[in-house]
Design a protein around this ligand. Sequence first.
Ligand code: DQA
Length: 149
Amino acid sequence: MKLYILNGPNLNMLGVREPEHYGNTTYQSLIEMIEAHARQRGIEVVCRQSNHEGALVDWIQEAYFEGADGIVINPGAYTHTSIALLDAVKSTKLPTVEVHISKVEEREAFRQISYIRAACVKTITGHGTAGYLEAIDFLISRKEASACR
Ligand code: DQA
């Protein structure tokens, strides 16, 4: 099983940016945590981060063309603005989990809109960096359940 783990703008600044919302874990440590979790679960992960919307669109399409089984994405602020990311996920039909480190539903009004959510099979908010691991486990269970059917 292969999953793409995509992070949007400013998530490379984890550990530095607004620790009251995003905690103290750095992006590097997050990736190490995800890779260790993937090894333990016996799956492959491709981890990417970009501050550019088009790069994220390209990687969503790449996940499709590379035959990935699903996507975990934290689109950062593009969550609240990007129809391009919504369309990209829709076009791949890959099961996609939207992750937010902070509890976006308890923050500013502009963070209450998520365009990408309509194309996602699940949304996880406010679980800190553990949310990425939950998203991975969800996609693994979902695939196992569909294999049993
Ligand atoms: C975020 C929440 C977004 O509103 C914000 O723009 C981010 C991070 C989160 O992980 O909580 O960059 O997606």
